[in-house]
Ligand binder design. Structure first.
Ligand code: BES
Ligand code: MN
Ligand code: ZN
Length: 498
């Protein structure tokens, strides 16, 4: 889809579908007013009768039949102005664009005025909302040809102020960078585990590294053995798929210290010997969402040419049961030298992360952010509305919260108090890999914290957020691509003073 910014009046724009955003409970703005006049007062009547209430995420279609230049007109609800956020705008675009596609439109125009926020951010949000709302995963549909024909080919964001075109084009570029990366991540996460093995992920990262001139290192099993990554190798021991430890460096920050991003990359989590129930086990192909988000964010950062040094780590393996698999009761020796007693082979994410976190300390990073589909307990705690955040540094937590509000990928902090550490004490090793049902998201993070030395560290638990069973306004059901936009925003604002 080609996205452009143009100056002009929406009622004069020849297009298959025009979209006008409307606030709830207020008079029409000057643009809608003009369109309404051309339509003989149809919009005002609709609102007056209550046939359309411009609540967030609602749409209403009108056929202007020649009275304005557009074939179709879609009114997109924004809700009340007093509650307005950029996310509402993303949602409106994410609803309206697929609605017009389903109606048969291939050329769409959006009006952006009267919204009253920064114009660059508006253009970015409209771009993200439409691209992400239009996303479909068709790779495994054999009759996709018919569907593909019906894609929207051009999207025009319209302004009446010629002097804003340049600014808004910048917003479109940023929106495209993060939306494209999010779409790549959604494709990776949706793909069956058989087609997204550690080896295939390493190949994907290699392609991205080539495109953007990133430095790449992929460690194989032998190299991991030599280093002493006993935790990652323990998890990998049950699988015939060779594990990969993927290290990717993006350098545009001169002598600045590295920002480290570490993503859990379990390409399939069967639970191992502590095998999971059959119900929903198919979803466990999404257990590489953290790693995918890391490469997605680095790809966005590279597209935006951010002046930073970033290192991304993807410890990648399957977690499978077999005769060679690691077992409950085993003790693994991690790269850091600390030992972990295995209570459940299903608590494997924290194990592979313990080696990755220990490894990344070699970079003496300014901050470490890990992102992982780590615990079902996080969903119990926060539901599917927030990413669980834990960590050791107030300044970075605040920055992550701000990035969450801005992108709509919101985070909520859970405490990491001393008492929780008692739950992971082991009788025979330095710690054990589960802490019981109570505070499961927290005890998992407590274990991770033992591997980051004194570097500022944030942990993001996305277990509840990587997959959605229901359509959301710009997130169709399936893989969400969560974390790409959050991490990219965190990186973009990294050096901004409060
Ligand atoms: N990958 C899972 C967490 C998960 C659960 C992600 C549901 C998405 C949906 C993780 O490896 C896991 O199995 N965690 C266990 C930990 C327990 C054994 C301490 C869990 O949450 O049940
Ligand atoms: Mn597991
Ligand atoms: Zn897992």
């Amino acid at each position: 889809m080609k996205i452009k910014v143009a100056a002009g009046r929406i009622e004069k724009q020849k297009t298959d579908g025009a979209i006008i955003p409307l606030f709830e409970g207020e008079k029409l703005g000057p643009i809608a007013e003009r369109v309404d006049k051309a339509l003989g007062g149809m919009i005002a009547r609709l609102l007056q009768r209550g046939d359309f209430k411009p609540r967030p995420g609602t749409v209403h279609i009108i056929y202007p039949e020649g009275r304005i230049a557009a074939e179709r007109l879609v009114l997109a609800g924004l809700g009340k102005r007093s509650e307005f956020t950029l996310n509402r705008l993303r949602q409106a675009a994410g609803k309206a664009a697929p609605y017009l596609r389903a109606a048969g439109a291939t050329d769409v125009t959006m009006s952006s005025e009267g919204i009253g926020l920064d114009e660059e951010e508006i253009a970015q949000a409209l771009t993200e909302g439409s691209m992400l709302g239009l996303y479909r995963f068709l790779k495994y549909k054999t009759n996709e040809e018919n569907d593909r024909k019906k894609e929207i080919r051009t999207l025009t964001i319209l302004t009446e102020n010629v002097s804003l075109v340049g600014t808004m084009q910048k917003g479109v570029k940023a929106g495209e960078a993060v939306a494209e990366s999010t779409i790549i991540v959604r494709d990776m996460v949706s793909s069956p585990a058989a087609d997204m093995t550690p080896t295939i992920i390493a190949d994907k990262v290699r392609d991205i590294a080539k495109d953007f001139g990133l430095k790449l290192q992929v460690l194989d099993r032998q190299q991991m053995e030599k280093l002493g990554m006993g935790a990652l190798l323990g998890v990998a021991s049950g699988s015939v798929q060779p594990p990969k430890f993927i290290i990717v460096e993006y350098k545009r920050g001169g002598k600045k210290p590295f920002i480290a991003l570490v993503g859990k990359t379990i390409t399939f989590d069967s639970g191992g010997i502590s095998i999971k129930p059959a119900e929903n086990m198919d979803k466990m192909k999404d257990d590489m969402s953290g790693g995918a988000a890391v490469i997605g964010a680095i790809r966005s950062a590279a597209t935006l040419k951010l002046p930073l040094n970033i290192v991304g780590l993807l410890p990648a393996t399957e977690n499978m049961p077999s005769g060679s698999a690691y077992k409950p009761g085993d003790v693994l020796r991690t790269l850091s030298g600390q030992t972990i007693e295995i209570i459940s082979t299903d608590a494997e994410g924290r194990l592979i992360l313990s080696d990755a976190l220990a490894y990344v300390c070699r970079y003496k990073p300014a901050v470490i952010v890990d992102i992982a589909t780590l615990t079902g307990a996080c969903r119990i705690a926060l539901g599917q509305e927030a990413i669980g955040m834990l960590g050791t540094n107030e300044k970075f937590k605040e920055k992550m919260r701000e990035a969450g509000e801005k992108t709509g990928e919101r985070v909520w902090e859970l405490p990491l108090w001393e008492g929780y550490y008692d739950q992971i004490k082991s009788d025979i090793a330095d710690m054990k890999n589960t802490g019981g049902r109570d505070g499961g998201a927290i005890t998992a993070a407590a274990l991770l914290s033992k591997f980051v030395q004194n570097y500022p560290w944030l942990h993001l638990d996305i277990a509840a957020m990587a997959w959605t069973e229901k359509d959301r306004p710009y997130t169709p059901k399936g893989a969400t691509g969560i974390g790409v936009r959050l991490l990219t925003q965190f990186l973009r604002d990294y050096e901004k003073k409060e």
